[in-house]
Write a protein that binds this ligand. Structure first.
Ligand code: CAA
Length: 383
């Protein structure tokens, strides 16, 4: 039985900061960000947008086309958790009017968790092929102001359904994966910004890639030539380029652009979306490449701490009819640019912790907003 991605949708916040603006404010050559890091803009979520509203906004177009009608399980992947106990997906369950007969769970392992969710979803569908699983990855990447990570912030969510006989991408059974207990990037419960050993994190990303690829190649018998395109976890787009250069030693700039270029377009403008980043790359590839029907693509998922996995999938005939290309492209072009002052004001806004009643200022959001807090309860509303 073929199992894989049947529908996929991407959402990022309606606001961005141009990295040239950040470079000017920080007294840094903009080419460090544009060329060295490979980023142009970073998505910024205003106070009334959080991982729940981004997730709901990503899933809403799937709901509108009836793709969530017989969802039995919702797996919510995030490393920007809003509660130590309640799964973020339960807020989504009501916002999207999902059936009562639906399991809802949150998963965590840094940026890898959406791939863990994909794997679990495939197992559930294999047991009950008539049902579908909704996987959502939603994150806000936040580092200390003026830190090396600041220019690699971003936000976004991807929602995809896993089903039998999928219309977009069947996932191959072979996979190579790797885990190690390392401190390359982490966020203690008492901090709202991630801590990172930046250079070390790039090395662990590559070490995990090499181990995962080696295993995958041995198990599948495939070589790099068997893939038409590659999608990598994208903390910043230069990282994905460097990763592919490690596998395809000596690859020309032209060939590098051909095999990964389209997958980097959305992330360059949305910034790091942590658990969603690989799937933002996949959406970007599918939306922007020529017809890839029948072609195999390689995917590499990495979550600091760390877990990595290399796997692959085959693009299905007529997959383009299922894509939301126009919606994604319009969303990205219609975002509003923030001034540097607005960016810092939003950064410092913070979520009140006093248990009082707080109404949040109304910014532009998708179909849902995080309206405020009351007695430590989050209040969401449809816009
Ligand atoms: N013009 C062109 N290029 C320039 C330049 C200029 N004026 N100035 C600098 N550069 C280049 C540098 O040469 C360098 O290129 P190479 O990597 O090819 O040598 C690149 O720009 C970056 O410069 P630095 O190495 O000096 O940058 P930095 O040390 O200030 O920060 C970083 C880089 C450590 C990755 C930092 O962005 C960071 O900490 N980011 C967050 C952590 C991260 O994203 N890690 C990725 C792996 S972990 C992961 O993937 C999980 C996750 O999502 C976080």
């Amino acid at each position: 039985m073929n199992i894989g991605i049947d529908q996929i949708s991407f959402y990022t916040s309606q606001y961005f900061l141009d990295l040239r603006t950040l470079a000017e404010a920080r007294g840094i050559d903009p080419n460090k960000y544009i060329i060295g890091i490979g980023q142009s803009k970073m998505g910024i979520s205003p106070p009334d947008e959080d991982i729940v509203t981004m997730a709901a906004s990503a899933a809403f177009p799937l709901k509108q086309r009836g793709a969530l009608d017989n969802i039995e399980t919702l797996l919510f992947a995030t490393e920007s958790g809003i509660d130590q106990s309640k799964a973020a997906g339960l807020f989504l369950h009501s916002l999207l009017d999902l059936p009562e007969r639906c399991r809802v769970v949150e998963l965590k392992q840094a940026c890898y968790s959406a791939t863990a969710a994909l794997r679990m979803a495939m197992g559930l569908v294999a047991m009950r092929p008539q049902n579908k699983v909704l996987v959502i990855a939603s994150d806000i990447a936040r580092y200390k102001l003026k830190s090396p990570g600041e220019s690699t912030q971003g936000c976004g969510a991807v929602a995809f359904t896993i089903s039998a006989d999928p219309r977009i991408l069947t996932i191959d059974p072979e996979a190579g994966f790797y885990s190690a207990d390392v401190m390359d990037f982490w966020r203690p419960n008492y901090l709202s910004e991630a801590l990172v050993d930046g250079k070390f994190s790039t090395l662990t990303y590559i070490k995990s890639l090499k181990a995962s690829w080696k295993q995958y190649a041995e198990e599948s018998g495939r070589s790099l030539e068997d893939f038409s395109r590659f999608c990598y976890h994208i903390p910043f787009t230069r990282m994905a380029a460097k990763a592919h250069q490690k596998l395809a030693r000596g690859i020309s700039e032209e060939n590098l652009e051909r095999v990964i270029g389209e997958s980097l377009l959305y992330s360059r403008d949305a910034g790091n979306c942590y658990s969603a980043a690989l799937y933002v790359g996949l959406t970007s590839l599918l939306d922007n490449a020529e017809d890839l029907s029948g072609q195999r693509i390689g995917l590499y998922s990495y979550g600091s701490g760390c877990v990595g996995e290399f796997f692959s999938g085959v693009v299905q005939p007529n997959y383009r009819k299922s894509l939301l290309t126009k919606l994604h492209q319009t969303m990205l072009t219609e975002r509003a640019e923030l001034t540097f002052q607005q960016y810092e004001d939003i950064y410092h806004y913070g979520t009140p912790t006093d248990g009082g009643t707080h109404d949040f200022p109304q910014y532009r959001t998708g179909p849902f907003r995080f309206a405020g807090l009351q007695s430590h309860k989050r209040i969401y509303e449809k816009t």
